[in-house]
Write a protein that binds this ligand. Structure first.
Ligand SMILES: Cc1cc2nc3c(=O)[nH]c(=O)nc-3n(C[C@H](O)[C@H](O)[C@H](O)COP(=O)(O)OP(=O)(O)OC[C@H]3O[C@@H](n4cnc5c(N)ncnc54)[C@H](O)[C@@H]3O)c2cc1C
Ligand code: SF4
Length: 463
């Protein structure tokens, strides 16, 4: 039997894609999709479904429907477990593909791209319809925050028959899908397409409305039968070292949201423009990688991404055998486009002239590893001080969660040490998404909303 290889070439050519902000992934034709779907072995124990996908997508059946180009059937299967696959199929790190049995040989089925083909086909063919509630309960729910978890919650509760109003402090919906993740990963018309359906179904959206400022949280709690908070993890982790107050040192989201708002014509001037400048990004994760891709498109002169952790192995480390999430080097589409990655570096001090940053001091970190290769702890190495030029610095070191001084205190809620907030279900107050679990992924925020919606529904049945 002829073996069909996994397609490796999934992006548009680098030379042209860095000239625009459109999605970097190329389109796949029907032949490529059927061939890729036919790589699925329809495993007796489908790890992709059981262990991989947090939403529980029934992947082998979806793959089979794609293989036979039965798009309607594929959409019916996918939409049973996932309300908004157009987002996950674009930005998910594909936990399902990691769990895929074929990933034992590093050649998983291209589940994410197959999922994207199913939902895009469904939109093109008019299969995606307004939500028809199971039956109307007459109960009213307020959802605070229109990020992926708030939107998923609104969808689920509306489907279960409740009236839903979503309060969002920004002008548009999407949360970090819109104001964090760059257009080159997710074009924003994809969000508006879904919001149009949610609105047409009957979900009410109140934009430019900040709870705790424009409307008191206690008011929501009194007015609605239940209130669900889905405000994400707004507090970024800072780097309080000498020189931090210098100009042109920003949190990553200030840079990314400015670029996204400019593309979306919400503002008519880029708030931060790094054209021709030396950029240093502190943090080697996804947010840092998004700053890299954005800096490349803005035509920065030099871009350096610094990470305190050591460079992971090129292939899965023995410390994370399949089907664990692998400890291995991740190379994003932005990393393929340019920039320099520095590993095992500690940022010591910012230097500047005339009040603006000009360079950064770094020292090497020497790491100790566990016998199976996991980095455990580090020491700074004497005599390794270096200084690199920096006209702009973006801090991409993750998020601390929710601040206890925010409006949550008006509802007698408290964040734990990691900034996560549990609701008070007996009082009809619920939380979901990153706010509840800590900073995570779009798919996990949605899966958490899906689970929490069941609790909200149970609560509403009793009031
Ligand atoms: C730069 C960046 C890139 C990322 N890339 C990826 C990726 O590629 N793949 C992936 O899976 N995950 C990614 N993530 C993580 C992902 O975006 C989050 O896990 C996800 O958005 C969390 O969803 P959420 O709905 O819980 O919170 P959020 O998306 O943060 O949404 C919270 C919403 O609440 C609103 N809000 C806050 N306070 C109030 C208030 N008082 N009143 C009214 N509204 C309020 C906010 O404006 C926002 O719209 C990324 C994160 C960042 C920062
Ligand atoms: S684990 Fe991979 S090969 Fe097996 S059913 Fe799932 S997608 Fe198909």
């Amino acid at each position: 039997m002829k073996t069909i290889p996994r397609i490796e070439n999934i992006y548009r050519p680098e030379a042209t894609r860095v000239e625009d902000y459109n999605e970097v992934e190329r389109k796949f034709n029907a032949e490529e999709l059927t061939m890729q779907a036919s790589r699925c072995m329809d495993c007796g124990i489908p790890f992709c479904h059981g262990l991989g996908c947090p939403l529980g997508n029934v992947i082998p059946e979806m793959n089979e429907a794609v293989r036979t180009l039965n798009w309607k059937r594929a959409y019916e299967i996918l939409s049973k477990t996932s309300n908004m696959p157009e987002f996950t199929s674009r930005v998910c790190p594909a936990i399902c593909e990691n769990a895929c049995t074929k990933n034992i040989e590093n050649i998983p089925v291209m589940i994410r791209q197959l999922e994207k083909s199913v939902i895009e086909n469904a939109f093109e063919n008019g299969y995606v319809k307004q939500i028809i509630p199971e039956n109307k309960s007459g109960k009213n729910v307020a959802v605070v925050g229109a990020g992926p978890s708030g939107l998923y919650m609104a969808f689920e509760l509306y489907k279960k028959g409740h009236n839903v109003t979503v309060y969002e402090k920004r002008k548009y919906a999407g949360g970090l899908l819109r104001y964090g993740i760059p257009d080159f990963k997710l074009e924003k018309n994809i969000i508006e397409r879904r919001i149009d359906i949610l609105k047409a179904s009957g979900i009410d959206f109140q934009f430019n409305t900040e709870i705790g400022k424009d409307i008191a949280a206690e008011y929501l709690n009194k007015k609605y039968d239940a209130t669900v908070l889905a405000i994400g993890t707004p507090e970024p982790r800072d780097l309080q070292i000498k020189g931090r107050k210098l100009k042109n040192i920003y949190f990553a989201l200030d840079f990314l949201s400015g670029q996204n708002m400019f593309i979306g014509k919400e503002i008519n001037k880029l708030p931060i423009n790094v054209k021709g400048k030396d950029v240093v990004i502190i943090g080697g994760g996804d947010t840092g990688s998004d700053c890299l891709g954005t800096s490349i498109r803005q035509k920065a002169a030099n871009i350096t991404q610094i990470e305190i952790m050591p460079e992971p192995p090129k292939e899965r480390s023995a410390s994370t055998p399949w089907p664990d999430w692998p400890y291995e080097l991740k190379t994003s589409s932005s990393h393929k486009e340019g920039g320099t990655r520095l590993w095992a570096k500690v940022v010591k001090e910012f230097h500047g002239t005339n009040g603006a940053v000009t360079s950064i001091d770094l020292v090497d970190a020497a790491w100790d590893f566990s016998p199976d290769g996991k980095p455990l702890s580090f020491k700074e190495v004497e005599g390794t001080l270096t200084n690199i030029k920096a006209d702009y610095v973006f801090i991409a070191m993750g998020f601390l969660g929710v601040d206890n001084n925010s409006f949550i205190k008006d509802l007698y809620l408290e964040a734990d040490k990691r900034g996560r907030v549990e609701g008070n279900p007996s009082q009809g107050i619920f939380t979901c998404g990153d706010m509840k679990t800590g900073q995570s992924l779009v798919v996990r925020a949605m899966a958490n909303a899906k689970e929490t919606a069941k609790d909200v529904d149970d609560y509403l049945k009793g009031v």
